[in-house]
Design a protein around this ligand. Structure first.
Ligand code: KG4
Ligand code: ZN
Length: 342
Protein backbone atom coordinates (compact mmCIF):
# COMPACT_ATOMS: atom_id res chain seq x y z
CA UNK A 1 0.00 0.00 0.00
CA UNK A 2 1.27 3.47 -0.80
CA UNK A 3 2.08 5.91 2.00
CA UNK A 4 -0.96 7.89 3.23
CA UNK A 5 -1.07 11.64 2.66
CA UNK A 6 -1.28 13.35 6.03
CA UNK A 7 -1.71 17.12 6.19
CA UNK A 8 -1.39 19.18 9.36
CA UNK A 9 -3.38 22.40 8.95
CA UNK A 10 -2.66 25.54 10.98
CA UNK A 11 -4.97 28.57 11.22
CA UNK A 12 -4.11 31.79 13.07
CA UNK A 13 -5.46 34.62 10.93
CA UNK A 14 -7.61 36.37 13.52
CA UNK A 15 -8.42 35.39 17.10
CA UNK A 16 -8.71 31.60 16.95
CA UNK A 17 -5.68 29.36 17.14
CA UNK A 18 -6.48 26.12 15.34
CA UNK A 19 -4.85 22.91 14.15
CA UNK A 20 -6.30 19.95 12.25
CA UNK A 21 -5.10 16.68 10.78
CA UNK A 22 -6.41 15.28 7.50
CA UNK A 23 -5.39 11.81 6.35
CA UNK A 24 -6.17 10.89 2.73
CA UNK A 25 -8.89 13.55 2.61
CA UNK A 26 -10.55 12.51 5.89
CA UNK A 27 -10.49 14.72 8.97
CA UNK A 28 -9.03 12.99 12.04
CA UNK A 29 -8.68 15.94 14.44
CA UNK A 30 -9.97 19.53 14.53
CA UNK A 31 -8.86 21.60 17.53
CA UNK A 32 -9.68 25.28 18.09
CA UNK A 33 -8.58 27.49 20.99
CA UNK A 34 -10.75 30.62 21.22
CA UNK A 35 -9.33 33.75 22.75
CA UNK A 36 -11.41 35.18 25.57
CA UNK A 37 -9.08 38.15 26.09
CA UNK A 38 -11.00 40.25 23.52
CA UNK A 39 -14.43 40.04 25.17
CA UNK A 40 -13.98 43.16 27.28
CA UNK A 41 -12.82 45.31 24.33
CA UNK A 42 -15.76 44.91 21.95
CA UNK A 43 -13.50 43.61 19.18
CA UNK A 44 -10.26 41.78 18.47
CA UNK A 45 -7.19 43.57 19.86
CA UNK A 46 -4.40 42.60 17.40
CA UNK A 47 -1.56 42.77 19.91
CA UNK A 48 -3.41 40.56 22.40
CA UNK A 49 -4.38 38.15 19.59
CA UNK A 50 -0.80 37.51 18.52
CA UNK A 51 0.32 37.00 22.12
CA UNK A 52 -2.47 34.49 22.70
CA UNK A 53 -1.59 32.66 19.46
CA UNK A 54 1.98 32.39 20.71
CA UNK A 55 0.76 30.77 23.93
CA UNK A 56 -1.80 28.50 22.28
CA UNK A 57 -0.11 27.24 19.15
CA UNK A 58 2.06 24.47 20.59
CA UNK A 59 -0.64 22.98 22.88
CA UNK A 60 -3.22 23.16 20.07
CA UNK A 61 -0.96 21.41 17.53
CA UNK A 62 0.11 18.88 20.14
CA UNK A 63 -3.52 18.06 20.92
CA UNK A 64 -4.47 17.77 17.23
CA UNK A 65 -1.67 15.27 16.67
CA UNK A 66 -2.65 13.30 19.81
CA UNK A 67 -6.36 13.19 18.94
CA UNK A 68 -5.63 12.11 15.34
CA UNK A 69 -3.59 9.15 16.54
CA UNK A 70 -0.85 9.81 14.00
CA UNK A 71 2.84 10.29 14.74
CA UNK A 72 4.37 13.62 13.78
CA UNK A 73 6.97 11.79 11.66
CA UNK A 74 4.09 10.58 9.43
CA UNK A 75 2.97 14.12 8.44
CA UNK A 76 3.40 14.67 4.68
CA UNK A 77 3.14 18.48 4.65
CA UNK A 78 2.07 21.46 6.74
CA UNK A 79 -0.63 23.76 5.36
CA UNK A 80 -0.94 27.17 7.01
CA UNK A 81 -3.03 30.31 6.54
CA UNK A 82 -0.94 32.92 4.71
CA UNK A 83 -3.69 35.56 4.69
CA UNK A 84 -5.85 37.55 4.65
CA UNK A 85 -5.86 38.44 8.33
CA UNK A 86 -4.07 40.31 11.09
CA UNK A 87 -0.35 40.48 10.36
CA UNK A 88 0.78 39.73 13.93
CA UNK A 89 -1.58 36.74 14.13
CA UNK A 90 -0.58 35.38 10.72
CA UNK A 91 3.10 35.67 11.62
CA UNK A 92 2.70 33.29 14.56
CA UNK A 93 1.12 30.52 12.45
CA UNK A 94 3.46 31.10 9.52
CA UNK A 95 6.65 31.09 11.62
CA UNK A 96 5.52 28.05 13.56
CA UNK A 97 4.65 26.17 10.35
CA UNK A 98 7.96 27.05 8.71
CA UNK A 99 9.97 25.92 11.71
CA UNK A 100 7.97 22.70 12.18
CA UNK A 101 8.18 21.81 8.47
CA UNK A 102 11.91 22.48 8.46
CA UNK A 103 12.39 20.37 11.59
CA UNK A 104 10.46 17.47 10.04
CA UNK A 105 12.02 17.96 6.59
CA UNK A 106 8.60 18.17 4.87
CA UNK A 107 7.00 20.66 2.45
CA UNK A 108 4.98 23.73 3.34
CA UNK A 109 1.68 24.67 1.70
CA UNK A 110 0.31 28.21 1.88
CA UNK A 111 -3.46 28.64 2.02
CA UNK A 112 -5.72 31.61 1.35
CA UNK A 113 -8.12 31.78 4.32
CA UNK A 114 -11.07 32.67 2.07
CA UNK A 115 -10.42 29.73 -0.25
CA UNK A 116 -10.34 27.65 2.93
CA UNK A 117 -13.79 28.88 3.98
CA UNK A 118 -15.16 27.84 0.55
CA UNK A 119 -13.43 24.45 0.55
CA UNK A 120 -14.87 23.73 4.02
CA UNK A 121 -17.67 22.23 1.90
CA UNK A 122 -15.31 19.39 0.96
CA UNK A 123 -14.42 18.27 4.48
CA UNK A 124 -15.14 14.58 5.04
CA UNK A 125 -14.60 12.56 8.19
CA UNK A 126 -14.12 8.78 8.33
CA UNK A 127 -17.75 8.50 9.53
CA UNK A 128 -19.43 11.22 7.51
CA UNK A 129 -19.07 12.16 3.84
CA UNK A 130 -21.73 14.76 3.02
CA UNK A 131 -22.70 15.50 -0.58
CA UNK A 132 -20.31 18.10 -1.96
CA UNK A 133 -21.50 20.86 -4.27
CA UNK A 134 -20.83 20.38 -8.00
CA UNK A 135 -18.99 23.02 -10.00
CA UNK A 136 -19.85 25.72 -10.68
CA UNK A 137 -21.62 26.74 -7.49
CA UNK A 138 -22.18 30.07 -5.76
CA UNK A 139 -20.65 30.54 -2.33
CA UNK A 140 -21.60 33.44 -0.13
CA UNK A 141 -18.76 33.88 2.35
CA UNK A 142 -19.91 35.86 5.36
CA UNK A 143 -17.45 36.36 8.19
CA UNK A 144 -16.17 38.99 10.59
CA UNK A 145 -13.81 40.32 7.95
CA UNK A 146 -15.49 39.49 4.63
CA UNK A 147 -18.74 39.39 2.75
CA UNK A 148 -18.38 38.01 -0.74
CA UNK A 149 -20.39 36.20 -3.37
CA UNK A 150 -18.08 33.88 -5.25
CA UNK A 151 -18.59 31.82 -8.39
CA UNK A 152 -16.66 28.67 -7.54
CA UNK A 153 -15.66 27.28 -10.93
CA UNK A 154 -13.48 24.62 -9.39
CA UNK A 155 -11.42 24.23 -6.23
CA UNK A 156 -8.77 26.58 -7.54
CA UNK A 157 -10.70 28.98 -9.74
CA UNK A 158 -12.96 31.36 -7.91
CA UNK A 159 -14.43 34.64 -9.13
CA UNK A 160 -15.65 37.23 -6.65
CA UNK A 161 -18.79 38.77 -8.24
CA UNK A 162 -19.92 40.85 -5.26
CA UNK A 163 -18.48 42.06 -2.00
CA UNK A 164 -18.94 44.57 0.77
CA UNK A 165 -17.81 48.13 0.18
CA UNK A 166 -17.49 48.80 3.92
CA UNK A 167 -18.31 46.58 6.92
CA UNK A 168 -18.61 42.79 6.71
CA UNK A 169 -21.84 41.00 7.69
CA UNK A 170 -20.18 39.65 10.85
CA UNK A 171 -19.10 43.17 11.76
CA UNK A 172 -22.71 44.32 11.33
CA UNK A 173 -23.76 41.68 13.88
CA UNK A 174 -20.89 42.48 16.23
CA UNK A 175 -21.36 46.26 16.06
CA UNK A 176 -25.11 45.99 16.61
CA UNK A 177 -24.38 43.76 19.61
CA UNK A 178 -21.89 46.29 20.95
CA UNK A 179 -24.49 49.06 20.67
CA UNK A 180 -26.78 46.83 22.76
CA UNK A 181 -24.03 46.43 25.36
CA UNK A 182 -23.36 42.76 24.51
CA UNK A 183 -19.81 41.35 24.65
CA UNK A 184 -17.69 40.46 21.58
CA UNK A 185 -18.32 38.49 19.43
CA UNK A 186 -21.96 39.52 19.48
CA UNK A 187 -23.18 37.55 16.44
CA UNK A 188 -23.94 34.33 18.34
CA UNK A 189 -25.73 36.32 21.11
CA UNK A 190 -27.93 38.20 18.65
CA UNK A 191 -28.76 34.83 17.11
CA UNK A 192 -29.70 33.47 20.53
CA UNK A 193 -31.96 36.39 21.57
CA UNK A 194 -33.47 36.63 18.06
CA UNK A 195 -34.92 33.14 18.45
CA UNK A 196 -37.37 34.51 21.07
CA UNK A 197 -38.16 37.77 19.26
CA UNK A 198 -40.37 39.16 16.49
CA UNK A 199 -38.32 39.92 13.34
CA UNK A 200 -40.89 42.47 12.17
CA UNK A 201 -41.10 44.36 15.49
CA UNK A 202 -38.76 47.17 14.33
CA UNK A 203 -37.99 48.18 10.78
CA UNK A 204 -34.53 49.27 9.65
CA UNK A 205 -33.70 50.80 6.29
CA UNK A 206 -31.80 48.61 3.84
CA UNK A 207 -29.06 50.26 1.77
CA UNK A 208 -29.35 50.71 -2.00
CA UNK A 209 -26.07 49.47 -3.40
CA UNK A 210 -25.55 48.80 -7.10
CA UNK A 211 -24.78 45.43 -8.67
CA UNK A 212 -23.98 42.55 -6.33
CA UNK A 213 -22.08 44.55 -3.72
CA UNK A 214 -23.05 44.99 -0.08
CA UNK A 215 -22.89 47.76 2.49
CA UNK A 216 -23.56 47.56 6.20
CA UNK A 217 -22.18 50.79 7.64
CA UNK A 218 -25.37 52.80 7.03
CA UNK A 219 -27.42 50.14 8.79
CA UNK A 220 -25.10 50.36 11.79
CA UNK A 221 -25.53 54.15 12.00
CA UNK A 222 -29.30 53.88 11.59
CA UNK A 223 -29.42 51.22 14.29
CA UNK A 224 -27.30 53.30 16.66
CA UNK A 225 -29.49 56.37 16.20
CA UNK A 226 -32.63 54.30 16.74
CA UNK A 227 -31.29 52.77 19.96
CA UNK A 228 -30.03 56.15 21.24
CA UNK A 229 -33.37 57.85 20.55
CA UNK A 230 -35.45 55.09 22.09
CA UNK A 231 -33.14 54.81 25.11
CA UNK A 232 -33.38 58.60 25.66
CA UNK A 233 -37.18 58.16 25.90
CA UNK A 234 -36.99 55.02 28.03
CA UNK A 235 -33.66 54.05 29.64
CA UNK A 236 -34.89 50.47 29.88
CA UNK A 237 -35.78 50.23 26.18
CA UNK A 238 -33.00 47.74 25.35
CA UNK A 239 -33.73 45.52 28.34
CA UNK A 240 -37.49 45.47 27.68
CA UNK A 241 -37.15 44.76 23.95
CA UNK A 242 -33.90 42.82 23.63
CA UNK A 243 -35.35 39.80 21.82
CA UNK A 244 -37.38 41.87 19.36
CA UNK A 245 -34.46 44.23 18.66
CA UNK A 246 -32.13 41.29 17.99
CA UNK A 247 -34.69 39.50 15.82
CA UNK A 248 -35.32 42.69 13.80
CA UNK A 249 -31.68 43.60 13.16
CA UNK A 250 -30.86 39.97 12.32
CA UNK A 251 -33.82 39.87 9.92
CA UNK A 252 -32.57 43.04 8.19
CA UNK A 253 -28.98 41.75 7.82
CA UNK A 254 -30.22 38.42 6.44
CA UNK A 255 -32.57 40.17 4.05
CA UNK A 256 -29.70 42.38 2.71
CA UNK A 257 -27.65 39.21 2.15
CA UNK A 258 -30.52 37.31 0.53
CA UNK A 259 -31.46 40.11 -1.89
CA UNK A 260 -27.99 39.97 -3.43
CA UNK A 261 -27.69 36.20 -3.32
CA UNK A 262 -30.99 35.81 -5.18
CA UNK A 263 -29.83 38.38 -7.72
CA UNK A 264 -26.49 36.54 -8.15
CA UNK A 265 -28.31 33.26 -8.74
CA UNK A 266 -30.66 34.87 -11.25
CA UNK A 267 -27.80 36.54 -13.14
CA UNK A 268 -25.54 33.48 -13.30
CA UNK A 269 -28.26 30.84 -13.57
CA UNK A 270 -26.47 28.89 -10.83
CA UNK A 271 -28.82 27.19 -8.38
CA UNK A 272 -26.32 25.34 -6.23
CA UNK A 273 -25.89 27.76 -3.35
CA UNK A 274 -23.38 27.41 -0.53
CA UNK A 275 -22.60 29.56 2.47
CA UNK A 276 -19.35 29.77 4.40
CA UNK A 277 -17.69 31.81 7.15
CA UNK A 278 -18.63 32.56 10.74
CA UNK A 279 -22.00 34.20 9.99
CA UNK A 280 -23.17 31.01 8.24
CA UNK A 281 -23.49 29.60 11.77
CA UNK A 282 -26.47 31.96 12.17
CA UNK A 283 -29.66 29.95 12.60
CA UNK A 284 -31.87 32.61 11.00
CA UNK A 285 -29.68 32.61 7.88
CA UNK A 286 -29.64 28.82 7.76
CA UNK A 287 -33.42 28.59 8.07
CA UNK A 288 -33.99 31.30 5.47
CA UNK A 289 -31.77 29.45 2.99
CA UNK A 290 -33.55 26.18 3.63
CA UNK A 291 -36.91 27.80 2.94
CA UNK A 292 -35.56 29.35 -0.29
CA UNK A 293 -34.41 25.89 -1.35
CA UNK A 294 -38.03 24.91 -1.95
CA UNK A 295 -39.23 28.31 -3.15
CA UNK A 296 -36.50 28.91 -5.76
CA UNK A 297 -35.47 25.37 -6.62
CA UNK A 298 -32.03 25.88 -5.10
CA UNK A 299 -29.83 23.15 -3.76
CA UNK A 300 -28.37 24.61 -0.58
CA UNK A 301 -25.10 23.60 1.07
CA UNK A 302 -24.55 24.59 4.69
CA UNK A 303 -21.40 23.46 6.49
CA UNK A 304 -21.45 21.94 9.97
CA UNK A 305 -21.15 24.64 12.66
CA UNK A 306 -17.53 23.80 13.45
CA UNK A 307 -16.51 24.31 9.83
CA UNK A 308 -18.29 27.70 9.57
CA UNK A 309 -16.30 29.72 12.07
CA UNK A 310 -12.53 29.88 11.76
CA UNK A 311 -10.97 26.43 11.94
CA UNK A 312 -7.95 24.56 10.65
CA UNK A 313 -9.88 21.68 9.04
CA UNK A 314 -10.66 24.02 6.14
CA UNK A 315 -6.97 24.91 5.87
CA UNK A 316 -5.93 21.26 6.00
CA UNK A 317 -8.44 20.22 3.30
CA UNK A 318 -7.28 23.03 1.03
CA UNK A 319 -3.71 21.93 1.75
CA UNK A 320 -4.63 18.35 0.89
CA UNK A 321 -5.88 19.34 -2.56
CA UNK A 322 -2.86 21.61 -3.10
CA UNK A 323 -0.59 18.72 -2.07
CA UNK A 324 -2.12 16.61 -4.83
CA UNK A 325 -1.19 19.36 -7.30
CA UNK A 326 2.28 19.61 -5.72
CA UNK A 327 1.72 23.29 -4.97
CA UNK A 328 4.34 23.85 -2.30
CA UNK A 329 5.66 27.05 -0.75
CA UNK A 330 9.28 27.87 -0.02
CA UNK A 331 10.82 28.59 3.38
CA UNK A 332 11.13 32.25 2.29
CA UNK A 333 7.35 32.71 2.24
CA UNK A 334 5.86 35.60 4.25
CA UNK A 335 2.25 36.20 5.39
CA UNK A 336 -0.02 38.69 3.62
CA UNK A 337 -2.57 40.75 5.54
CA UNK A 338 -4.40 41.34 2.24
CA UNK A 339 -4.67 38.36 -0.06
CA UNK A 340 -7.20 38.46 -2.90
CA UNK A 341 -8.94 35.31 -4.06
CA UNK A 342 -7.92 34.31 -7.57
O1 KG4 B 1 -15.24 33.23 9.95
P1 KG4 B 1 -15.09 33.78 11.32
O2 KG4 B 1 -14.98 32.82 12.48
O3 KG4 B 1 -13.84 34.72 11.43
C1 KG4 B 1 -13.46 35.61 10.44
O4 KG4 B 1 -12.74 35.17 9.50
O5 KG4 B 1 -13.91 36.76 10.55
O6 KG4 B 1 -16.32 34.76 11.56
C2 KG4 B 1 -16.51 35.43 12.79
C3 KG4 B 1 -17.79 36.24 12.70
C4 KG4 B 1 -18.01 37.18 13.89
O7 KG4 B 1 -18.38 38.44 13.40
C5 KG4 B 1 -19.17 36.51 14.64
O8 KG4 B 1 -19.99 37.42 15.34
C6 KG4 B 1 -19.93 35.88 13.50
O9 KG4 B 1 -18.92 35.36 12.65
N1 KG4 B 1 -20.80 34.80 13.97
C7 KG4 B 1 -22.15 34.88 13.93
C8 KG4 B 1 -22.64 33.67 14.50
N2 KG4 B 1 -21.56 32.90 14.87
C9 KG4 B 1 -20.45 33.61 14.52
N3 KG4 B 1 -22.96 35.84 13.47
C10 KG4 B 1 -24.28 35.63 13.56
N4 KG4 B 1 -24.83 34.51 14.11
C11 KG4 B 1 -24.05 33.51 14.58
N5 KG4 B 1 -24.60 32.42 15.10
ZN1 ZN C 1 -12.70 33.33 8.63
Amino acid sequence: MSKPTIILGIESSCDDTAAAVIKDGKLLANIVANQNVHKAYGGVVPELASRAHQQNIIPVVDQAIKVSGIKKEEISAIAFTRGPGLMGSLLVGTSFSKAFAMGLGIPLIEVNHMQGHVLAHFIDTPEHQPKHPDFPFLCMTVSGGHTQIIVVKDMFEMEVIGETIDDAAGEAFDKAAKILGLPYPGGPLIDKFAKEGDPKAFKFTKPRIPELDFSFSGLKTGFMNFINNESARDPEFIEKNKNDICASIQYTIISILMDKLKEASARTGIKQIAIAGGVSANSGLRNTLLSLEKELGWEVFIPKFEYCTDNAAMIAITGYYKFKRKEFASQEITPMARYALK
